[in-house]
Design a protein around this ligand. Structure first.
Ligand code: SF4
Length: 397
C-alpha cells in the first residue's frame, strides 16, 4: 500500500519554502514526489519574484554564445555519450587553432559575447594546448568571455600534464579562462554516476575541483542531466551535494538541469525524464537552492513549449541562442531557435526578454516589440550540423 503524504504538511512546507525558508533534502523529496504541480510551480515563482524584486522581476534572460567542440577524441567513454570517438578511431578529429579562431571570429560577427569550448578528453591535449588557444582567443577577441571547460577537463588535464588541480585552474585562468561551465556533473551521486560514466571522476572529485576553482576566484555553473535511470531520491541528493559546496563558496552562478537525450549511445533504452518531471525539478531547484541566484530552463532538450513553461516554475533564464552545438544534438536534441523566436517565446510567456552576458548583466532589454531585432543570422544551427557525430554531456552550461 502506498502511503499518501499529508496535504496539510505539503502545503505548510510549500509556504515555508515560498517564504524563503530552507528545506531539507527529505522535505525536498517529499515536495518533488507529492506536491501538486501547480502549487509547486506557484511557490517556486514566488521565490523567483522575491529574488528578482524590482526592475528585473518580469525579465527573463538569454545569451548569445558559440559552443565550440574542439575535439571528439575522448578516453572517458561515457555510456550516454554519442559524440566521442576513442583515441585512434578513424572518425576522431581535433580542430586546428586556426579553425577555432575562425569560429570565434564568426561568433563575434554574429553578436556572441561568450565562447564555450567543450570537448573530449584527448590524451594528446595537455595544459599547453589550452593555454595557447585561450591566449590566442583573448588576443584576437578581447571582448569575448571564455566560459569553458569544466571540472572533468581540469582532472583530465591534470593527468596528462601531471599537475595538481589548483595549478591547472590557475594556469587556465591566467591564460584567459573566465569561468568554468558546469559540464561533466551529469549526476554526482555515486551509484547512477558509476553506471553511466564509470571512467569519469567521482562526483566528490567534480565538486572538489569546483570548490578549488571558486576559492581561486574562478566561478562556474552547476548542471544536472536527469533521466538516465536515477531514482527520485538520487535526484534530490545531487541537488544537495551542489548546495553543500555552494554554502561554503558561493561560486555557482546558476543551476542548469536538463534531460538526457537517448539516441546514438550505449544507454539507449533508458527512459528520458518526462516533461512533467523536468518542470517539477525546475520548481524544486528554485525552492531548494536558496543560495544560487540563477536557474536556467532548457529548451534545447525539452522543446520550446516546456522551456517557456519553466519561466512560470522558477526559471529566470533560458540559456543561449547557440551558434554551434554538436554534443547534445548528436544524442537526439532537435530543437532549433533563433534570437527572434527566443525573444518572442519569452515575451509570449509574459516576461520581458533581455540579452545578458556571462555575469547575467542585462545588455539589451527588449521592452518594446517594435524594436525587436530581426536578424535571422543569429540562430542555432546545431540541428543542421554534425548529426553523424554523437551524444550528450558537455554542453548546457
Ligand atoms: S561526455 Fe564528455 S567526457 Fe564523456 S565520453 Fe563524451 S566527450 Fe568524453
Amino acid at each position: 500500500m502506498t502511503l499518501r503524504a499529508d496535504p496539510v504538511e505539503i502545503a505548510n512546507l510549500l509556504q515555508h519554502a515560498a517564504d524563503g525558508g530552507r528545506i531539507t533534502p527529505e522535505q525536498a523529496l517529499l515536495l518533488y514526489t507529492d506536491a501538486p504541480l501547480h502549487a509547486l510551480g506557484e511557490a517556486a515563482d514566488a521565490v523567483r519574484k522575491r529574488r528578482f524584486a524590482g526592475e528585473s522581476v518580469n525579465v527573463a534572460t538569454y545569451i548569445i554564445d558559440r559552443n565550440i567542440n574542439y575535439t571528439n577524441v575522448c578516453l572517458t567513454a561515457c555510456k550516454f555519450c554519442a559524440f566521442y570517438r576513442a583515441p585512434g578511431h578513424r572518425e576522431g578529429w581535433t580542430h586546428s587553432d586556426e579553425e577555432i579562431l575562425r569560429r570565434c571570429a564568426e561568433a563575434v560577427e554574429l553578436g556572441a559575447t561568450q565562447i564555450m569550448l567543450q570537448g573530449g578528453h584527448s590524451p594528446e591535449l595537455g595544459i599547453e594546448f589550452y593555454e595557447r588557444i585561450f591566449a590566442a582567443i583573448k588576443r584576437d577577441h578581447p571582448s569575448l568571455t571564455l566560459h569553458s571547460l569544466g571540472a572533468s577537463e581540469v582532472v583530465h588535464i591534470g593527468k596528462v600534464s601531471r599537475l595538481e588541480h589548483a595549478e591547472v585552474i590557475t594556469r587556465l585562468h591566467a591564460a584567459g579562462l573566465d569561468s568554468f561551465a558546469g559540464a561533466g556533473a551529469e549526476i554526482l551521486v555515486k551509484r547512477p554516476r558509476t553506471v553511466i560514466a564509470p571512467l569519469k571522476e567521482s562526483g566528490e572529485t567534480w565538486l572538489s575541483v569546483m570548490e578549488t576553482a571558486h576559492n581561486l576566484g574562478v566561478q562556474s555553473t552547476a548542471t544536472f542531466m536527469m533521466g538516465t535511470g536515477e531514482t527520485n531520491a538520487e535526484r534530490v541528493e545531487h541537488l544537495s551535494m551542489v548546495r553543500d559546496v555552494q554554502d561554503r563558496t558561493g561560486g555557482f552562478r546558476s543551476f542548469i538541469p536538463w534531460t538526457y537525450q537517448p539516441e546514438n549511445n550505449h544507454l539507449k533504452g533508458r527512459t528520458q525524464a518526462t516533461s512533467l518531471e523536468y518542470l517539477r525539478m525546475i520548481a524544486l531547484a528554485r525552492l531548494f537552492f536558496d543560495n544560487i541566484t540563477h536557474l536556467q530552463g532548457s529548451w534545447l532538450t525539452t522543446g520550446k513549449d516546456i522551456g517557456q513553461l519553466t519561466l512560470h516554475f522558477g526559471a529566470d533564464d533560458l540559456g543561449s541562442v547557440m551558434l554551434e552545438e554538436n554534443v547534445v544534438s548528436s544524442a537526439g536534441a532537435r530543437h532549433r531557435s533563433n534570437r527572434t523566436e527566443l525573444i518572442e517565446l519569452i515575451r509570449s510567456a509574459g516576461r520581458i526578454p533581455a540579452q545578458r552576458d556571462t555575469l547575467y548583466r542585462h545588455l539589451v532589454v527588449h521592452t518594446d516589440p517594435a524594436d525587436d531585432p530581426v536578424d535571422d543570422r543569429v540562430h542555432s544551427h546545431f540541428a543542421s550540423t554534425a548529426l553523424t557525430l554523437t551524444p550528450a554531456g558537455a554542453s548546457l552550461s
